[in-house]
Design a protein around this ligand. Structure first.
Ligand SMILES: O=C(O)CCC(=O)C(=O)O
Ligand SMILES: [Fe+2]
Length: 326
């Protein structure tokens, strides 16, 4: 892919400024394996659209609302290939119950690395990992940090792994009356949360990117054709299997009661949702009657992922006004 090649070449200088083996800065996301992408590179070519992948207005939406929904992030051919790979992995028993406990979440997951054996999924992961490089400013939640010289590069860390998650329909969960779900939660914590010191990789998440790879688009989209519904009032619209974003929920609200509105996103294959990991309270409603599986590939961008330098961790934890000292 031209974009990959171009980015890899121009990444050389940036690479020297980061720790070896660290992939903390989006700009250099592809440098690990410029040649070896092989089949994944072919698929990337297949799925690419002209950069930037997020338009200015989508970036503005993300900054203003704390989330943005992008339809058709991958091509149909790429999606088909990725879904076939997920199906094969499921058959081979590659998914395990998610950590967090039945009370919180009942999906099963597989951590997909940048060198995984599934080219279409690796290519999808690469597309997601390229996002920070196309987002120079995160407006609301990054603008404060992107000042002066820092404006030249994105400050979001890019992890080497994405989480593939499958939510089973009720029918296939023996003895369960509802399908898999993920109760209301936030993916990250605000800066200086004490638990960030113990688990910086999780607690420093700043932006969540969820790309749906669910099979059976029609079933998920329904008659309305899927997409995103924003409802006023705190009550979730509540279609089974939807991702519900509780907009403007108070920081201490863990259930969504204080949300001014809710946005409901259908997990239609190819749909990408980006949101503010720290502020956006969200949940996956129980899967329900559908027979279709609900599959998502999620990547968290942020200041301190596995392999990030101490400097990155500190940078993520300090208030913007202190950044000058790092
Ligand atoms: O699959 C989704 O829609 C979101 C999943 C989620 O919230 C998570 O994995 O943290
Ligand atoms: Fe989440």
């Amino acid at each position: 892919m031209l974009r990959v090649a171009g980015r890899t070449a121009s990444a050389g200088a940036a690479l020297a400024t980061t720790l070896a083996g660290v992939n903390a800065i989006g700009e250099v996301s592809y440098r690990e394996d410029p040649q070896g992408l092989g089949e994944a590179a072919r698929l990337l070519r297949l799925s690419s659209t002209a950069p930037p992948r997020l338009s200015a207005s989508q970036q503005a939406d993300l900054a203003a609302n704390g989330y943005v929904v992008v339809a058709r992030f991958l091509t149909a051919a790429h999606l088909r290939a990725a879904r076939a790979e997920v199906a094969a992995m499921r058959k081979a028993g590659a998914f395990a119950p998610a950590v967090g406990g039945e009370v919180v979440r009942t999906d099963s997951v597989h951590w997909l690395g940048i060198r995984a054996a599934q080219p279409a999924l690796v290519a999808a992961l690469a597309e997601l990992r390229a996002l920070p490089a196309t987002m120079r400013s995160f407006g609301g939640f990054e603008a404060a940090r992107v000042e002066g010289a820092e404006a030249a590069r994105p400050l979001l860390g890019v992890p080497r792994e994405g989480q593939l998650a499958c939510y089973e329909p009720a029918a296939s969960r023996e003895g369960q009356c509802s399908g898999a779900r993920y109760r209301p939660h936030r993916d990250g914590f605000a800066s200086l949360h004490p638990r960030a010191l113990l688990l910086p990789g999780i607690y420093m998440r700043e932006v969540t990117a969820v790309l749906y790879l669910s099979p059976n688009e029609d079933e998920w989209a329904g008659a309305s054709g899927g997409g995103e519904v924003v409802a006023t009032g705190g009550a979730a619209a509540g279609r089974p299997g939807s991702l519900v974003l509780y907009l403007d929920a108070a920081a201490e609200d863990e259930r969504g009661a204080t949300a001014s509105r809710v946005a409901e996103v259908r997990p239609v294959a190819g749909t990408l949702v980006l949101f503010d990991s720290r502020r956006m309270l969200h949940e996956v409603l129980p899967h329900g009657e559908c027979s279709a599986e609900r599959v998502a590939l999620t990547v968290w961008f942020g200041g301190a992922h596995r392999g990030a330098s101490l400097r990155d961790v500190l940078r993520a934890m300090l208030p913007a006004r202190c950044l000058g000292v790092l």
